[in-house]
Design a protein around this ligand. Structure first.
Ligand SMILES: [Zn+2]
Length: 362
């Protein structure tokens, strides 16, 4: 696993700004074929999925009618950096595998050959494709350059206008209990609702108009949660959850999910078929989804002290794929882990989680 903690000092080497390229408009269709920079055309290896156990069940994603064949175009990172007017990637280490750093005024990304795990400003993010080494140069997939590197290294940070509306979604409710604490069996639905109720006034103090998808212990279908955010014309949507790896009691840490960009493999599939070519309404916000996820993930790591399990991609989460605004889902610790279950059951910890999100959206 890539663990270049403390690597941020490298930022001093990357003072150049990024050339801003136009972002795809929300209604513009995805190109049927990416521009062929074409240094190398490769047959794509199957993605290295690592199934992650969970007791949480959601509906499989709807299937799109048309599935264009995926296109695999690889570009040398050196060339991409020059085109975007940022410093060239630096080789950090050669052994056991080659690791590179590339930075801009926004921050530093560390990439490892043959690994989908990357590090952005000290937090773990997940690429769609493993970087390749060809003739001692690092090559990245075009989709990773457009959907992961460009939003973080080149795009301006996420900003929010006036009359800001946010929908907070306390996961589960009513007959849908979510997972339960390994300590005493208390349900996830109780703690997600409490977290949301702590978060609401903090966001309101900071000028947000806040709506909760549920304010009591009631069942709300995932599709209704997404439709509710649409009806409120939300600028942001954040779904709050806690995780489980039962019967494993060791797995621990924070995960933040956003929708997988069209054409990429997901980090988590939970047994559902992951159609790479499916295009959802929320894919119009791929850049903003990632920026939001990274911002919240970093704030939660700093405040709550959980282990970093990364910003991840998934398609099957019904509350994300029906959104018409940037949307993320947070899994703030494992209720199957005794230490984290104790934290999650503590009001002080849930207050910290609420404050982290509110501060990140100031
Ligand atoms: Zn949940």
């Amino acid at each position: 696993m890539l663990k270049p903690a403390g690597i941020i000092f490298i930022a001093v080497f990357f003072l150049a700004g990024c050339a801003t390229t136009p972002r795809r408009a929300p209604n513009e269709p995805l190109p049927s074929n990416w521009p062929a920079t074409n240094e190398v055309q490769k047959v794509q290896k199957p993605p290295a999925w690592k199934p992650i156990p969970s007791v949480v069940k959601t509906n499989p994603p709807p299937v799109n009618a048309a599935r264009p064949a995926p296109v695999f175009t690889w570009t040398p990172l050196n060339r991409w950096a020059a085109e975007h007017k940022i410093g060239a990637p630096h080789l950090l280490s050669d052994l056991p595998v080659a690791t590179y750093a590339i930075g801009s005024a926004n921050g530093v990304m560390v990439l490892e050959i043959d690994s989908r795990e990357a590090v952005w400003n000290g937090i773990e993010i997940n690429l769609g494709f493993e970087p390749q080494s060809i003739d001692n140069q690092i090559f990245l997939h075009e989709l990773d350059l457009r959907r992961n590197l460009e939003p973080l290294l080149c795009d301006p940070p996420l900003t929010f206008g006036t009359n800001r509306v946010i929908v907070i979604d306390p996961g589960h409710g009513g007959s849908n209990t979510g997972t339960h604490s390994v300590l005493d069996g208390r349900f996830e639905k109780e703690f997600t609702l409490d977290w949301a109720k702590r978060l609401k006034p903090l966001l309101e103090t900071n000028g947000w108009k806040v709506f909760l998808t549920r304010a009591s212990d009631v069942y709300v279908p995932n599709s209704d949660r997404a439709a509710f955010a649409g009806a409120q014309q939300a600028d942001l949507f954040i779904s709050l959850h806690f995780n489980s790896a039962a019967p494993d009691q060791k797995q621990a840490g924070l995960e933040t999910y956003c929708l997988t960009p069209t054409g990429m493999a997901s980090t988590l599939i939970r047994g559902y078929t992951d159609f790479w070519s499916d295009n959802y309404s929320n894919n119009a916000f791929d850049a903003e989804n990632l920026q939001l996820a990274v911002r919240l993930h970093a704030a939660l790591l700093r405040t709550a002290g959980l282990e970093d399990r990364g910003v991840r991609r998934a398609r099957f989460m019904g509350v994300l794929d029906g959104q018409h605004c940037p949307a993320v889902l947070i899994e703030a610790g494992y209720m199957s882990n005794p230490h984290e279950a104790k934290l999650i059951e503590s009001p002080e910890f849930r207050q910290k989680l609420a404050e982290a999100i509110a501060n990140a959206l100031k």
